[in-house]
Design a protein around this ligand. Structure first.
Ligand SMILES: Cc1cc2nc3c(=O)[nH]c(=O)nc-3n(C[C@H](O)[C@H](O)[C@H](O)COP(=O)(O)OP(=O)(O)OC[C@H]3O[C@@H](n4cnc5c(N)ncnc54)[C@H](O)[C@@H]3O)c2cc1C
Length: 487
């Protein structure tokens, strides 16, 4: 019997798994996809929010402000790509100036450090490509950017190294109570647990209804983006927000943790996990972005993508034990700033589980840190040493992002080996650059087939390796019959 079963391997589930791995707790995370961080956690803006935006007194405000420094600390200890860029909310008129003043005061009420209002000259010195009509801005020193999917993967991997378990391709379909514990139907079997935590993002209401009466609903709101080539990185030094409106924080222009510029998102209600990009949505994003940074050249866009927000009808994050079913906990309605808040939510959830009777004795096998070899970031001397130690580090596979065969092969030795082309991308950065995998894709595919074959102890068919989720195949079958086998 498990002490805790976590359902959902996004940043919330993975942060909790890692936080629990600090203790001698039997914990398993169940994820329906073939990788962790494959839901909303891989498709968002990746901003480490400072915490001036949420309404004081809400869980959003508390977890955002507490999560911000935790996020930087975890990024340092687990070697997760991030940058402390600072962020700006830019104002163009008197009404915006009043909004900026309100946000500043909200930030002070939320105990956000390092806030100040900057005026014209300082603002344009900080951001030379900002529209010349921008008058002032709220500057937040603690704003930054992170690789959101690596924030999930790194924590899950470290937790597994510390003794926690992750089961992929394992969808939870039913939960029932049996005396003092739960029986969770997942994948082909059942798993018993004393406590269950529902961290299933946009599906949290559906999973909650497996065991609780209906008392909250999740609405799905899609946000669309342009990802710009790193050649456009000169456009923004800080995360540049417009003043927020009733639809949220507005269309921002921001550096990413990987050296690109990201532009978006819009906000549109959708059904299910509808991540379609639409011409209308993208046109809206383009138009709004020009308002802040008129020099953007959208022909430098290398990809469009979208993510879906989990917007609950409760109006705040829903974090805690069920009033109806003791031992069942929800982490639900975690829209933005959910990424930033996730490590604080995790710590609070550990506290709540402790209060509910979970023993929290220190785990001597806990992994407090890890280091990832990234050829791109190495000095000349480090590269020479890496190639000497492992000649595969001398073969560049992804030329746009300078990723070597050694890094890809090493990813298969990590606790959660990749199983798709995009899972390799999320761990190593292959296909993240200008060609978006056009050149390296087939070579990465060959390496996946070879390395998965070694792990599984038998040949792996090329048409069984998906682009990302199961069912998203790149190779559908043979186009020519092998020589000598007839038609
Ligand atoms: C457009 C957009 C922009 C955003 N920008 C930011 C930002 O800049 N900064 C910030 O702090 N936050 C941001 N957010 C919010 C942030 O991305 C989310 O709050 C966070 O990713 C939510 O994580 P999660 O773990 O709750 O959900 P998810 O990442 O969706 O994870 C839930 C997991 O549960 C799994 N699952 C679902 N049902 C089942 C089941 N039955 N059995 C097993 N597994 C199941 C799913 O496959 C998924 O992997 C943004 C969100 C969006 C959509």
């Amino acid at each position: 019997m498990e002490d805790v079963v976590i359902i959902g391997g996004g940043v919330c589930g993975c942060s909790l798994l890692y936080a629990l791995s600090r203790y001698k707790v039997r914990v398993t995370l169940l994820e329906k996809e073939n990788d962790v961080g494959a839901g909303t956690s891989k498709a968002n803006t990746g901003i480490i929010h400072a915490g001036y935006d949420p309404e004081p007194g809400t869980l959003m405000a508390r977890y955002n402000t507490e999560g911000n420094p935790l996020m930087y600390a975890l990024c340092e200890s687990l070697d997760i790509p991030h940058k402390r860029t600072g962020s700006l909310v830019v104002g163009f008129d008197d009404q915006d100036r009043a909004t900026i003043k309100d946000l500043y005061e909200r930030g002070i009420a939320n105990h956000v450090p390092g806030l100040k209002i900057v005026e014209y000259d300082e603002l344009h010195e900080m951001e030379p490509h900002l529209d010349k009509e921008a008058l002032c801005a709220l500057y937040a020193e603690t704003g930054g950017v992170v690789s959101p999917w690596e924030f999930a993967t790194a924590q899950a991997e470290a937790a597994v190294q510390g003794g926690a378990r992750v089961r992929l391709d394992t969808e939870v379909t039913a939960i029932r109570k049996a005396g003092d514990h739960f029986i969770v139907s997942a994948g082909q079997g059942e798993i018993e647990a004393r406590f269950v935590v529902n961290a299933t993002g946009i599906y949290a209401d559906i999973v909650s209804r497996m065991i609780e009466p209906e008392y909250f609903a999740i609405h799905h709101k899609r946000g669309q983006y342009f990802l710009m080539d790193s050649a456009a990185s000169y456009l923004a030094n800080n995360v540049i927000f417009p003043c927020p409106n009733e639809n949220g924080k507005g269309v921002l222009v921001s550096p990413t943790a990987h050296g690109n510029i990201i532009v978006g998102p819009d906000s549109e209600r959708v059904t299910g996990d509808d991540r379609t990009n639409t011409a209308a949505g993208l046109a809206f994003v383009r138009g709004m972005a020009f308002r802040s940074v008129p020099d953007i050249n959208f022909s430098q866009s290398i990809r469009n993508f979208s993510g879906v927000r989990a917007d609950s009808d409760i109006g705040d994050f829903l974090v805690g034990e069920s009033k109806h079913v003791p031992g069942f906990f929800n982490i639900a309605g975690i829209k933005s700033p959910g990424l930033t808040s996730s490590p604080a939510i995790a710590l609070d959830m550990v506290r709540m589980l402790g209060e509910a009777g979970l023993g929290l004795e220190e785990n001597p096998a806990f992994m407090p840190g890890r280091r990832v070899k990234r050829f791109k970031d190495m000095s000349h001397e480090e590269r020479r040493k890496a190639v000497e130690e492992n000649p595969l580090y001398g073969t560049i596979i992804c030329r746009c992002e300078t990723v070597t065969e050694g890094e890809i092969v090493d990813a298969f030795k990590r606790p959660l080996p990749p199983r798709s082309l995009d899972a390799v991308k999320r761990r190593c950065g292959t296909g993240m650059g200008r060609c978006q995998g056009g050149f390296c894709g087939p070579r990465v595919m060959e390496i996946i087939i070879r390395e998965l074959g070694k792990l599984q102890g038998g040949p792996v068919s090329p048409d069984s390796v998906p682009l990302d989720r199961e069912g998203m195949y790149i190779i559908a079958g043979e186009t020519k019959t092998p020589e000598g086998e007839g038609e």
